[in-house]
Design a protein around this ligand. Structure first.
Ligand code: PAF
Length: 282
């Protein structure tokens, strides 16, 4: 497995594969890989001849008060995980390779990005769309893989790929959880022992919400109230949002009559964690 740091290296490698008629999958990541990322790579490997994993902590998707500097990084470990999972190539550019001096073009969206995480992270999705659009242009994959843990991101990327006619299949992959239910996330490493325990309140609340829908409850406010009540029993938790929206237009829902995304964002101490489930999907 090779590690490329320039756009030129990626283009040469992919064009060689294309000449041999090989299909290409892309798994975009910010590194510090865990089982969730590994499951994306494994799926991509099973559906494509060659898989590129990008490892790039994208400065453009972090707000000024966010954790860009402290975001965990471990390239040697990431490379080992990519190799073990069967990736053919890792793309690990530095910021100047992705955003040269004078960079001034952006990909943004008028829908889908105003609510949920977009409300408290106003520049986030413009940064995500811009970097993912660049990665699509650089790697030109047949398929690209994203985790459902970032469900809003998945909906946004699907919409962007469609709007901009990329012709790339966007594959959403299930959330991978720790044994006790906590959704795997690179940011879990910020949690100390007490916070780690407190963080379980997210998956507990969501699992109660899911149960209510399975039992036939269709009033979104009642389900949100139950989830909010459970999260508020944890003194270390501070809610950013508890929402139920249509999947995947992300419009608010009052009465549940089709596929919905139930999503939460909660601060545990200083760490903002997100989690969700999708219900009544065909
Ligand atoms: O989900 C992530 O890790 C990032 O938002 C992504 C898609 C790699 C873009 O930087």
């Amino acid at each position: 497995m090779n590690i490329a740091v320039t756009v030129k290296e990626i283009r040469e490698q992919v064009s060689g594969w294309r000449k041999q008629g090989l299909s290409v999958g892309l798994v975009p990541t910010m590194g510090y890989l865990h089982e969730g990322h590994k499951s994306l790579i494994t799926r991509a490997v099973s559906e494509n001849d060659k898989v590129v994993v990008s490892v790039f902590v994208n400065p453009m998707q972090f707000g000024p008060a966010e954790d860009l500097e402290s975001y965990p990084r471990d390239m040697d470990r990431d490379a080992a995980i990519c190799e073990e999972a069967g990736a053919a190539l890792v793309f690990h550019p530095d910021a100047s390779e992705m955003y040269h001096n004078g960079f001034s073009s952006f990909v943004d969206m008028n829908t889908l990005t105003g609510g949920l995480c977009g409300k408290s992270r106003p520049v986030h999705f413009r940064g995500v769309c811009t970097v993912v659009a660049k990665l699509f242009n650089i790697v030109t994959p047949d398929r690209a893989y994203f985790g459902q843990k970032d469900a809003q991101q998945l909906a946004v990327i699907r919409h962007m790929a469609d709007d901009l006619s990329y012709g790339i299949e966007i594959k959403g992959c299930p959330i991978i959880r720790e044994e006790d239910g906590l959704a795997k996330s690179s940011r879990n490493t910020y949690l100390d022992e007490k916070e780690r325990k407190a963080a379980l309140v997210l998956s507990k609340a969501l699992s109660e919400g899911r149960k209510l829908i399975e039992l036939g409850e269709r009033d979104a406010d009642k389900i949100k109230d139950t989830m909010t009540g459970i999260i508020n029993t944890e003194p270390m938790a501070k809610i950013d949002y508890v929402e139920i929206v249509k999947w995947d237009s992300l419009e608010p829902v009052k009465n549940i009559d089709g596929p919905v995304l139930a999503a939460v964002a909660v601060f545990i101490g200083k760490t903002r964690l997100i989690d969700n489930f999708i219900a009544l999907e065909d």
